[in-house]
Design a protein around this ligand. Structure first.
Ligand SMILES: [Zn+2]
Length: 350
């Protein structure tokens, strides 16, 4: 039974990884064993592949990739109550220390001790099975496919961002960036009640995909489209109630307050590897509220519920699916960032 292993920067292989069985796959009383079904390829997986590191997380030893996953429960610990063998599930990949101060405060995602799949030295789940705490494993209704369930992880980022923004029905939002995280943020903003969402990107193809998702979405090319002028024109000079930064680009962040209405909220989503500057004066004259998010907390059940009810449809974002045997090629394709693709997924052997 093979795993997809990042041996080192630029080198992937499909091979047995017996250490996993010995060290990490002991089933505790509150754990479940899961047979993986579908795994999404995330920007972070690609970044480890092409750069060997993200910030201070460095791949020093071979590491299994993947953290966006769904599967089937094949074994449960003695104390597990919420799922049973045969249940289809999706999994939240970050496991905090249950007794940490952050966890007790309800902000477990910022627990410094959190162990997150495919973040060195923790292995990911592009492997046959894994052991995971029941508390971070969520049963899927029949209406949610394995492919959709593997989208819950990225969707959770958008839902967490929309939650932090405290969107009200009828709000106007701007999302900078139409990559996978930008698009799930657009969908989350609409599900939270936005009347309209403007989304900007450098790629017209990405904007075309964004606009195809919902008539309330307007794409604006970040170079040729003058986002600020467009938003001002269509809001009678008032601006957007919420602006989400989902590019990670210092250039976008520098202008983040320009399209924002007085009293509005900016949510920083995009990862910023280096310190960036933004216009504090522009924030001040608007009394802007600025929120930062780190992954998500307490939103997986909401995401599953919205996929089940149809309040959010992520299916159009899944643009390519590979068999596990082709996963090295899948990563090569994903690393080349084809403009017409949003999310690529890998289906594990049955
Ligand atoms: Zn991800």
């Amino acid at each position: 039974m093979k795993s997809l292993v990042l041996e080192k920067k630029d080198e992937l292989s499909l091979r047995d990884f017996p250490a996993i069985d010995r060290e990490e796959d002991v089933l505790g009383p509150l754990d479940v064993r899961i047979k993986l079904h579908t795994v999404g390829i995330c920007g972070s997986d690609i970044h480890y592949y092409t750069h060997g590191r993200i910030g201070h997380f460095v791949v020093n030893e071979p590491m299994i990739l993947g953290h966006e996953a769904s599967g089937t429960v094949i074994e449960t610990g003695a104390g597990v109550k919420s799922v049973k063998v045969g249940d289809r599930v999706c999994m939240e990949p970050g496991i905090p220390d249950p007794n940490s101060k952050a966890t007790r405060l309800g902000i477990y995602n910022v627990d410094p001790a959190v162990r997150f799949w495919a973040t060195p030295p923790v292995h990911g789940i592009l492997r046959p099975t894994c052991v995971h705490p029941e508390a971070f494993t969520f049963k899927l209704p029949d209406a949610v496919s394995f492919a959709e369930a593997a989208m819950v992880e990225p969707l959770a980022v958008g839902v967490h961002a929309a939650t932090k923004a405290r969107i009200k029905p009828g709000d106007i939002a701007v999302v900078m960036g139409a990559g996978p995280i930008g698009l799930v943020t657009v969908l989350s903003a609409l599900a939270a009640g936005c009347a309209r969402v403007f989304v900007s990107d450098l790629s017209d193809k990405k904007l075309e995909i964004a606009e195809s998702l919902n008539p309330a979405i307007t794409g604006v090319n970040a170079v040729t489209g003058d986002l600020v002028a467009r938003v001002m024109k269509e809001t009678d000079g008032w601006g957007a109630d919420v602006v989400f930064e989902a590019t990670g680009s210092p250039k976008a962040a520098a202008q983040i307050f320009q399209p924002l209405a007085p009293g509005g909220c900016v949510v920083m989503i995009g990862g910023q590897p280096d310190p960036i500057s933004y216009d504090a004066g522009a924030a001040m004259v608007r009394e802007a509220r600025v929120e930062n998010i780190f992954r998500y907390a307490h939103v997986f059940p909401r995401c599953v519920a919205m996929l089940a009810s149809g309040a959010i449809d992520v299916k159009p974002l899944i643009t390519r699916t590979f068999d596990f045997e082709e996963s090295v090629r899948a990563f090569e394709v994903a690393a080349s960032a084809p403009p017409a693709d949003v999310k690529m997924q890998i289906v594990m052997p049955s």
